[in-house]
Design a protein around this ligand. Structure first.
Ligand SMILES: *Cc1c(COP(=O)(O)O)cnc(C)c1O
Length: 364
């Protein structure tokens, strides 16, 4: 009998496994806790829930799920085109923006290609790079921030793609618009610059990267409905780019990659600026609350402009485990090469207080 693993591609056999934040139900079952009492601040989800308009639209869409969704996401792309003042042909809609990262791999990565990325940064960049047999070239952050000059210096004739997340996950740091524009303008033509803007809506003034598209550069901006829009469970995100790049990505996706409920919710969420503004305001207050609390406890942290904070606790796995026993789920950072650190999502003010109290208890 053959061992099935030997039949798999070598990239698949050696592919590292992504460790997601633990779902509330799993933790409740494992520890015999009441799921209703568990707080999850592990995956940067929205503590204020979802846009009520999006939920209403999702419910309406549920009455027609015997039909296939609109494979071209016509309504959502039209809405995005209006919001961004771009053409509908300049968008690619994905099953989460993670899918778009994978589509970039499908379309552009060959074995031996190099992909430049910061470290620590979102692990999916590395996973997708490895999956296509390409080589991750990791550039250490400087003071927890992407040093774009160092990133540019790592580009070679073999580089096919470079990931520039701002704000970055897990550090919560951002680069300025001027830095980002200058970086993309300095890239040679054989490199695709991928701006991951999963947390851009939390910024007071997100950088405007559209001039790069107007100039015809090989860039794509990635956005998601999983964070400030509060729709992580529906899986929908998008990329905006030049029309040719968007067309190539649309060619490699599955015909019905985004479900009808997610499309309807996303369209409605884009119209709910009231909800988004409230989330941004509450998040800013939560960041201040957490940062003040951490400062008072003498805990080292990285000042954040996103909806989470990276903090140093000496033994991240221990603090994660102890907090989980108390019904609070945070994210240990060993997988990011930061065993002394944890990442906590900004919660409601009650949740933030509970986190700070548990942290103080553990320090005693
Ligand atoms: C959460 C996150 C995403 C979004 O992923 P989805 O697939 O859209 O849920 C993308 N990039 C980064 C850096 C993230 O933290």
């Amino acid at each position: 009998m053959s061992n099935i693993a030997t039949l798999a591609k070598s990239e698949v056999r050696t592919q590292p496994v992504y460790e997601p934040g633990k779902p509330i139900e799993d933790v409740a079952r494992e520890l015999g806790l009441d799921p209703d009492g568990i707080i999850k601040l592990a995956s940067n989800e929205n503590p204020l829930g979802s846009s009520p308009r999006a939920l209403a639209a999702a419910q309406r869409a549920l009455t027609e799920v015997e039909l296939y969704p609109d494979g071209g996401c016509f309504g959502l792309r039209a809405k995005l085109a209006e919001k961004w003042q771009l053409s509908p042909t300049q968008f690619i809609i994905g099953n989460g923006s993670n899918e778009i990262i994978e589509l970039l791999g499908h379309a552009f990565l060959r074995p031996g290609d190099e992909v430049v990325m910061g470290n620590p940064a979102f692990v999916v960049y590395k996973l997708v790079t490895l999956l296509f047999g390409a080589k991750p070239v990791e550039v250490p952050l400087v003071n927890h921030k992407h040093n774009l000059e160092a990133l540019a210096a790592a580009v070679t004739p073999r580089t096919r793609m470079v990931f520039v997340p701002s704000p970055n996950n897990p550090t919560g740091t951002a680069n300025t618009e001027a830095e980002l524009l200058a970086f993309a303008r300095a890239m040679p033509e054989h490199v695709i610059t991928v701006f991951d803007e999963a947390y851009a809506e939390y910024l007071d003034t997100p950088p405007d990267l559209r001039p790069l598209i107007a100039e015809g550069r090989n860039v794509i901006g990635l956005r998601t409905f999983s964070k400030i829009y509060g729709l992580a469970g529906l899986r929908v995100g998008y990329g905006y780019a030049g029309g040719e790049l968007a067309a190539l990505l649309n060619r490699v996706r599955q015909p019905f990659n985004v479900n009808a409920v997610a499309q309807a919710a996303a369209v409605a969420a884009l119209d709910d600026s009231e909800f988004i503004t409230r989330c941004r305001t509450e998040n800013a207050a939560g960041l201040r609350q957490l940062e003040t609390g951490l400062r008072n406890q003498g805990v080292e942290f990285v000042p954040s402009v996103a909806n989470f904070i990276l903090l140093r606790v000496s033994d991240g796995a221990r603090v994660f485990g102890e907090m989980q026993k108390q019904g609070l789920i945070v994210r240990p950072m060993r997988a990011y090469g930061l065993p002394e650190w944890i990442r906590v999502t900004v919660g409601t003010s009650d949740q933030n207080e509970r986190f700070l109290a548990l942290l103080a208890d553990l320090a005693e």
